[in-house]
Design a protein around this ligand. Structure first.
Ligand code: NAD
Length: 440
């Protein structure tokens, strides 16, 4: 099949590469010329394990190409996937500017029927807006080509995006015409060899399913974070509590880890957009509102522990920070808890020596104005003379460090572990003042 993917970010590039890997002819369009130039030279603008190899293989075989030329990309694919960003607007609602621009571009250039597939996360009703916007453009042009609008929300996780796309838990297709449903089934047939994973539903339910999934996950994280804070106050260990509740199949063990708050490009913005949608319908989502409020507080949990140890004024103190990305195996810094930790520590006068295995280039750009932050290429170098180590991301490389070396490099052997990577008793026996999240 000939497929165009609009947007070459985390979702678009992974989708394009994986669709090409199944033998489709794929053209990826982006407005960002630098990104397209890089991709054409075989360089990958984002960090995503396994992506580079798939892009290289398929570009080399001529099945995956990159362009900034809208006319060329509209002419190319019978199916046009929209995978552009939907960042939060000022009031928290999803900003649909890029989605509508991509859709109108298709309508401006199309000379034959097209199936337009919305993969971006968009509020309920967006498919209708896309349909109307495209119809208006076609009417202005005085032409009438048939087109379908499909909602196909994406559930991949950054850091495991290739695996998630290649073997998805489910493929949601929101569509109301048989031709589009048939096309979508054919596109996804190779991704579900063991069993049927396609769920066809009406467009609005498909659009809402994505928000419901992210809001549920965000709520689960905030629930565990609050339970962890309570465990700490009560002298209980959240790790034991987690084991105790996860065994119940109605609860399950997945996604049950307390930490330093959730971040990333999806949960925070999708939770906000969902609340906005509810407000527009004069409804409130109290559970989701609470999950969001709890998350803001949780992001300050590590600095609070520092303040409890050293006092409100941190002038003259230096802290090592391991982990900048919002989670491991990605360079995505959007809404990362590390940013809140850094802002709070430096606001109180401290200096921060930070290390992340892949997110440092991105972090350097974002934190360029904060002169109290120093980036260290080596994780141990960050510890040198520090008043404590804070851990914000659970990269594998942080799981089993040389503790003797950590101890000898730190000025004070304090570890505030926002990801519960280590065993408290073991850490104490090695002479550390160790504090996790919810671990008495
Ligand atoms: P991103 O910011 O990484 O990439 C978006 C890309 O779209 C950028 O390269 C941008 O230049 C390009 N773009 C913007 N307008 C364009 C236009 N008119 N034509 C062509 N290209 C254009 O975003 P992302 O993280 O890939 O997310 C994309 C969408 O997918 C969002 O709605 C997001 O909520 C959703 N989503 C993201 C994830 C994730 O893990 N990142 C997972 C599921 C769903």
């Amino acid at each position: 099949m000939k497929i165009t993917v609009i947007g070459t970010g985390y979702v678009g590039l992974v989708s394009g590469a994986c669709l090409a890997d199944m033998g489709n002819d794929v053209m990826c369009l982006d407005v960002d010329e630098a990104k397209i130039r890089q991709l054409r030279q075989g360089a990958i603008p984002i960090y995503e394990p396994g992506l580079e190899e798939i892009v290289r293989r398929n570009a080399g075989a001529g099945r995956l190409r990159f362009t900034t030329d809208v006319a060329e990309s509209v002419a190319f694919g019978d199916v046009q996937f929209i995978a552009v960003g939907t960042p939060p607007g000022e009031d928290g609602s999803a900003d649909l500017r890029h989605v509508l621009e991509a859709a109108c571009n298709i309508a401006r250039q199309m000379t034959a029927a097209r199936v337009v597939v919305d993969k971006s996360t968009v509020p309920v009703g967006t498919a209708d807006k896309v349909r109307r916007a495209m119809a208006d453009v076609l009417a202005e042009r005085g032409v009438d080509f048939p087109f379908s609008v499909v909602s196909n929300p994406e559930f991949l996780k950054e850091g495991a995006a290739i695996k998630d796309f290649m073997s998805p838990d489910r493929i949601i297709i929101g569509a109301d015409d048989e031709h589009a449903i048939d096309v979508m089934r054919r596109i996804y047939a190779p991704f579900q060899r063991t069993h049927e994973r396609v769920m066809v539903m009406d467009v609005r339910s498909a659009e809402l399913a994505k928000y419901a999934a992210n809001a549920m996950l965000a709520t689960r994280v905030s629930f565990m974070n609050e339970m962890a804070n309570l465990a700490e106050a009560l002298g209980a260990d959240i790790e034991q509590v987690r084991r105790g509740i996860g065994a119940d199949p109605r609860i399950g063990y997945h996604f049950l880890y307390p930490g330093a708050g959730y971040g990333g490009s999806c949960f925070p913005k999708d939770v906000q957009a969902l609340m906005r949608t509810a407000a527009e319908h004069k409804l409130s989502m109290r559970v989701v509102e609470a999950a969001e409020a709890a998350n803001h507080l949780q992001k300050l949990r590590l600095p609070q522990k520092v303040v409890a140890r050293y006092g409100e004024d941190l002038a003259g103190r230096t802290f090592a920070l391991w982990g900048l990305a919002f989670k491991p195996n990605t360079d995505d810094m959007r809404e990362a808890p590390s940013l809140a930790v850094i802002a709070e520590l430096t606001r109180r006068g401290a200096r921060v020596r930070a290390h992340d295995p892949v997110a440092m280039p991105r972090a350097r750009e974002i934190l360029a104005a904060n002169t109290a932050v120093e980036f260290c290429d080596d994780m141990y170098q960050a510890l040198d003379g520090a008043d404590g180590l804070l851990i914000a991301t659970e990269w594998k490389v942080f799981r089993a460090p040389d503790f003797q070396r950590v101890h000898s490099l730190l000025k004070t052997p304090l570890i505030i572990d926002g990801r519960n990577l280590y065993q408290p008793a073991e850490m104490r026996s090695q002479g550390f003042d160790y504090q996790g999240i919810g671990r008495a």
